[in-house]
Ligand binder design. Sequence first.
Ligand SMILES: [Zn+2]
Length: 104
Amino acid sequence: MDRRNLETVGVRRTGWAALDRDPQQDLVEFICPHCGERDQKNARRERALYRFTDGFLQDLQGEVTQCHACKQSLRVVPIVMLHDQDETRRFEAVFFDGQLVTSH
Ligand SMILES: [Zn+2]
C-alpha cells in the first residue's frame, strides 16, 4: 500500500479575504484529494514561516491532516495566505477555477 500522503493546495484567508466568517478563526481550507470533500483545519504554522513565492505568501512545507469525511491522511501543501479579494481572485486564476475559495 502506498503510504505517501496525497497533496492538495490549501488556502489560509486573513483580513479582508475572510470577512464572511468569524475573524477569530484561523483556518486552512482545502479540498480532500481522496474524496473531493471540502474540508478545513486549524492553521498551526506561524505566519512568519510563510515565504513570498510566485506572487503569494506560501507555506511550502505544508501541514499533514486527516480528512473529516473519509478519514484518510493528506498533506496540505502549499498553503497560500490570502489577505483580500484581489489576492483571492488572483489566486483562483492561478491555482483553480474558483472551486476552493468562491464565497457562497
Ligand atoms: Zn476525504
